[in-house]
Write a protein that binds this ligand. Structure first.
Ligand code: SF4
Length: 329
């Protein structure tokens, strides 16, 4: 929890509690759990008691009081990421703690608040009743984390439906760590129906063109996509084709995209000539563009170098992607 954050896409983090339970492959190397292990506070996993953080209320109120100063300096609202060390929609958290978080977040209306969850199916069950009835605060956006195409097919359409139904001002997905290719423009939502998460438009499988199912009304498209590779000692590599496709799709649809980092592993095509001597001493792996165990042919195999997060940087296809949705600019 901090008034300043090292996370590239926010200015500050506020945590009303610490602790969580892993729910996805994206949680395998959770930095918050690592940090918790280091601190020895024992708040991780099923049945483990979460730890209430006393200073959260005073911090968010201070950020709200300082809003004029921040806006004068930066020309925009302060971006505040709630619960960087846990998940707002964790089933094992006392509802009274969550009620505190929602009340304080709703009151901090001079901030641009970011709720980020891996538990999108809990959102409508857990937010205050009046948020469901036209009262979703206009300064709070909602993001869902996903790591591969299967998770995107499960979560992206539901997020768009939530935006439409609850009047959420903006929505986004955080694809961190990216563990496989994701085509956000072609997510299968039923046997013959596909959903384009960037435009919100449905389409029918061409093989069903003679007997197409009804096509639902369009939903809102995503406002923001964050992509990033994994850091830490057990980090998994990110194939450049996966990130490039997301960036291209966002460009094509005018969706804000932020490429946060390569993580520990840098692809051969992104290596600068002057750093080649360093790379001779680093670990390498060969990563196919389709890492599925069912892939018949391994296409577009990329040599990945373990150079460390700081060296790998965040240039994708030779440029920085650091875009924010309108509500966060
Ligand atoms: S949901 Fe987030 S905080 Fe919880 S274990 Fe997974 S990565 Fe960590």
């Amino acid at each position: 929890m901090a008034e300043r954050s090292a996370i590239e896409w926010c200015d500050a983090t506020v945590n009303f509690w610490w602790g969580c339970t892993k729910v996805s492959p994206g949680c395998d190397h959770c930095y918050a759990e690592e940090w918790n292990r280091f601190r020895g506070t024992g708040v991780w996993g099923l049945g483990a008691e979460r730890r209430k953080i006393k200073g959260a209320t005073s911090l968010i109120r201070k950020l709200q009081r300082d809003a004029d100063k921040f806006e004068a300096e930066h020309g925009r609202r302060r971006r505040v990421f709630m619960q960087s060390m846990s998940d707002t929609f964790d089933n094992e958290v006392d509802d009274a703690w969550r009620a505190d978080l929602f009340a304080e977040a709703a009151g901090a209306d001079r901030l641009a608040i970011i709720l980020l969850t891996k538990r999108g199916s809990n959102v409508a069950k857990m937010v205050p009743a009046h948020w469901l009835d036209g009262g979703w605060p206009k300064h709070i956006g909602l993001m869902v984390t996903m790591t591969d195409h299967i998770e995107a097919e499960r979560d992206a359409e539901r997020l768009a439906k939530l935006k439409k139904r609850l009047g959420i001002p903006w929505i986004g997905v955080s694809i961190e760590p990216m563990l496989g290719p994701i085509n956000l423009r072609r997510l299968r939502v039923s046997r013959d129906l596909f959903f384009d998460a960037l435009t919100g438009v449905y389409s029918v499988s061409p093989v069903r063109a003679h007997r197409p199912p009804p096509i639902p009304e369009p939903l809102p498209g995503l406002d923001w996509v964050i992509v990033g590779g994994e850091s830490g000692k057990s980090a998994r590599p990110l194939h450049p084709a996966w990130a490039s496709e997301i960036a291209r799709h966002c460009r094509d649809t005018g969706t804000a995209v932020l490429f946060k980092q390569w993580g520990e592993w840098l692809p051969k095509i992104a290596v600068q000539p002057h750093s080649k001597s360093v790379l001779r001493r680093t670990e390498t792996i060969e990563l196919p563009a389709d890492p599925s165990p069912f892939a018949v042919v391994q296409l577009d195999v990329m040599t990945m170098y373990r150079v460390g997060k700081a060296n790998a940087g965040r240039l994708l296809d030779g440029r920085e992607y650091l875009q924010f949705p309108e509500a966060l600019r």
